[in-house]
Design a protein around this ligand. Structure first.
Ligand code: GLA
Length: 380
């Protein structure tokens, strides 16, 4: 279906929140590690106006359906095919003591669904921010991110970390966020990749099992922490360095060892990537991306043959300095560091090679690094 055109002037506010790409630091946010995501210009936009009732009426630019939620029953919409993310986000916002009013909203999402670029975080965050706009609630981006994450884990059922919702809410154009997921301290680092560009490509493998596999990884890291906490005194798995892990390796099953090794190594890679980015050392950054993919493939086991084929195709191009999967994995996108002058040739080459290897037609996204939440009042 062709996207419906929104008559902006019928609404009071236009509120957006971003999708995200994670440059490095995968599957360590829920272990209390530091991650390095950036908000994308791909986003979810909510057009909203109060309607003076106790109903939240939701429409979409991409769907013919509409959904009406009762503001006093927001906890009861978990099983909706459409509108459950919005209901869950507003329910968590309401449960945190914030004001919810009846309204009409149209949702317009340019983050491709199932791409691993966090369309769900963009929807959750923008929906809460839109409610803030019509209730005169001061916009606290971090509080919104926290409520949105709760919606994803407690309402939708994906026991995720804070990275996606934080990047979606708090992103800044041209910057990556070095986010400490244990403390929520954040440093904005300019994305200065010199004569290179970040290229995002979707492997287009139909997503399945993402949620159950994701939750399984999370349980594994929780189990490893439980075992290691007593002997090492750590509070988060990400506090463990490689040496300490190896000293206690015999306490872990082979699977838990592999998962924990990924976590320790990936934390070290984030620190190295921060230095590489700050000093403009793109060769090192590229090598770190390659090493991250390899670890997600063989230790954390979240890539799958399609993402592996896509990363391998990218890595084999002479103008590519490094490539890795980004996001939860099990499908979705890779992010590659490529000499800007050769990007067109790189994209053509990777798509052809990947198609030959898997039969799937991958898709390149032309996105820039954008802002998190933006709120624009619409003048009558
Ligand atoms: C998903 C989750 C995030 C994070 C990544 C993996 O995107 O929502 O919290 O765990 O996977 O790094």
């Amino acid at each position: 279906m062709k996207n419906k055109v929104v008559n902006e002037r019928e609404y009071a506010f236009k509120v957006s929140a971003a999708g995200r790409v994670n440059i490095i630091g995968e599957h360590i946010d829920y272990c209390g590690g530091k991650v390095f995501p950036a908000a994308l210009s791909l986003k979810n936009t909510v057009y909203i106006r109060p309607n003076g009732t106790n109903k939240i009426n939701i429409g979409w630019t991409t769907l013919d359906t509409t959904v009406s939620l009762d503001i006093d029953k927001l906890g009861e919409y978990r099983n909706l095919d459409y509108g459950n993310y919005q209901a869950g986000s507003l329910y968590m916002w309401q449960s945190a003591g914030h004001k919810i009013v009846g309204c009409d909203m149209i949702q317009d999402c340019t983050v491709p669904f199932g791409s691993g670029l966090s369309s769900s975080a963009a929807i959750e965050v923008s929906t809460i921010a839109a409610m803030c706009a019509i209730t005169d609630t001061p916009v606290d981006n971090v509080k919104i991110a926290i409520a949105a994450r709760r919606a994803e884990s407690e309402y939708i059922g994906v026991n995720c970390g804070i990275m996606d919702q934080y990047a979606s809410a708090c992103g800044r154009a041209g910057h990556a966020i070095l986010l400490d997921c244990a403390t929520l301290d954040a440093e904005y680092v300019p994305i200065d990749t010199g004569d290179c560009s970040l290229v995002i490509i979707n492997c287009k493998k139909p997503h399945n099992l993402v949620e159950s596999k994701y939750n399984e990884r999370r349980e594994e890291t929780d189990a490893a922490l439980e075992i290691l906490r007593g002997v090492t005194g750590i509070k988060n798995l990400a506090e463990l360095d490689g040496k300490t892990l190896d000293a206690h390796a015999s306490l872990l099953s082979p699977v838990l060892y592999k998962r924990t090794k990924h976590v320790a190594d990936e934390c070290a890679r984030v620190a190295a990537a921060e230095q590489a980015m700050k000093s403009g050392d793109m060769v090192s950054l590229g090598n770190i991306l390659d090493a991250s993919h390899e670890s997600l493939k063989s230790l954390y086991e979240v890539t799958g043959s399609e993402l592996d084929a896509l990363a391998a195709a990218a890595q084999s191009h002479p103008a590519c300095l490094g490539s890795r999967m980004t996001g939860a994995g099990f499908g979705g996108c890779t992010v590659s560091l490529v000499k800007t002058a050769a990007v067109a040739d790189f994209e053509k080459y990777v798509l052809e090679r990947y198609k030959k290897a898997t039969g799937y037609t991958a898709e390149v996204y032309r996105a820039t690094i954008g802002d998190g939440i933006t709120i624009t009042p619409i003048g009558k």
